[in-house]
Design a protein around this ligand. Structure first.
Ligand code: SAM
Length: 242
C-alpha cells in the first residue's frame, strides 16, 4: 500500500483524529490507518490491535515495510485487551459491524479511562454504536457518511461529555439516523435510507405471505414504523429541495 494515500473510508476516520494523538487502532488488519497517520506526522504513537493471526502478521509486515516500528506497536489480542489503561488518548475501531464494535467497547470499558476520543466506523448497525455511546457517557461530536466502491459507510466521533446533547431534537430518530447526518441529509444519506426502506418493504411483503402469528405481527409493526420514519425523513428532504 502507498501509505501516503488512504481509502476515502479510512481517510474519513483519520480526519477525526486530533493532531498529536496517541492512537489505538483495534482490528487494524493491514495497519494502513496507523501507518498513514504516523507517516503524515499526525500522531505521536500508535498501537495496532488484531485478534486474528493472518491480519496480525499482515499488520506487522506493513509496519516493518514502512520502517515505523519505533512509532507503531502491533499487538495480538481481543479488542481492548491489548491496551493498558491510560496508554492512548484516541481509539479507532473501523470496518466491523456496529454490534461487534459495541461489544468490544463494552468488554474493554476499564481501558477507556484517559481516552479522549473514540472514532468508530460501523459497516452496518451504526444505531447500536450510538446507543452504546449514549449509555456510557460518550457524547457524539460529529458524524460523516460517504460512498465508496458502491458501499455506504458511516463514521462516528465521540468525546467524553453529555451523551444526550446531540439528541435534544428527537432521541429515536437521532439514534437511528445519526443526529448530525439527519441535519445534513447528504446524498449518501438519502441513498442509504432509500435502499434500507426498499429492503424493509421487501421483507414486509414476504411477511404478508407468512403464516399469521403474534411474532410476525410484531415484526411487521416494527418494520412499518421504521419505513414510516424513513418516509417522513426523506419526504421532508424532498419538500425542502422542491
Ligand atoms: N480496521 C481495518 C479497516 O477498517 O480497514 C480492518 C477492517 S477488517 C474488515 C476487521 C478486522 O477486525 C479483521 O482483521 C478482524 O480480524 C479484526 N477483528 C475482529 N474482531 C476483533 C476483536 N474482537 N479484536 C481485535 N480485532 C478484531
Amino acid at each position: 500500500m502507498n501509505v501516503e494515500q488512504l481509502s476515502k473510508r479510512l481517510g474519513t476516520v483519520a480526519s477525526f483524529i486530533p493532531k498529536g494523538s496517541s492512537v489505538a487502532d483495534i482490528g487494524s488488519d493491514h495497519a494502513y490507518l496507523p501507518c498513514y497517520l504516523a507517516k503524515q506526522g499526525h500522531i505521536t504513537s500508535a498501537i495496532a490491535g488484531e485478534v486474528v493471526e493472518g491480519p496480525y502478521q499482515s499488520a506487522k509486515r506493513q509496519v516493518e515495510a514502512t520502517g515505523l516500528q519505533d512509532m507503531i506497536q502491533v499487538r495480538f489480542g481481543n479488542g481492548l485487551n491489548v491496551l493498558k489503561p491510560g496508554e492512548v488518548d484516541c481509539i479507532t475501531v473501523a470496518g466491523m459491524g456496529g454490534a461487534l464494535i459495541s461489544d468490544i467497547l463494552e468488554a474493554g470499558k476499564e481501558k477507556l479511562q484517559g481516552v479522549k476520543r473514540l472514532i468508530l466506523q460501523p459497516n452496518v448497525g451504526a444505531n447500536s454504536v450510538r446507543v452504546w455511546l449514549c449509555r456510557n457517557g460518550w457524547e457524539l461530536i460529529d458524524e460523516a457518511i460517504l460512498e465508496e466502491d458502491g458501499k455506504i459507510y458511516e463514521v462516528l466521533a465521540a468525546d467524553k461529555g453529555n451523551p444526550e446533547a446531540p439528541y435534544k431534537a428527537d432521541m429515536e430518530r437521532g439514534l437511528l439516523f445519526g443526529p448530525f447526518l439527519l441535519k445534513r441529509k447528504e446524498s449518501a444519506f438519502v441513498k442509504k435510507w432509500s435502499l434500507e426502506k426498499e429492503n424493509w418493504q421487501r421483507v414486509l411483503s414476504q411477511l404478508d405471505k407468512a403464516q399469521p402469528s403474534t411474532e410476525v405481527d410484531t415484526k411487521k409493526a416494527e418494520l412499518l414504523r421504521k419505513i414510516r420514519l424513513v418516509e417522513e425523513v426523506l419526504t421532508n428532504e424532498k419538500n425542502k429541495r422542491a
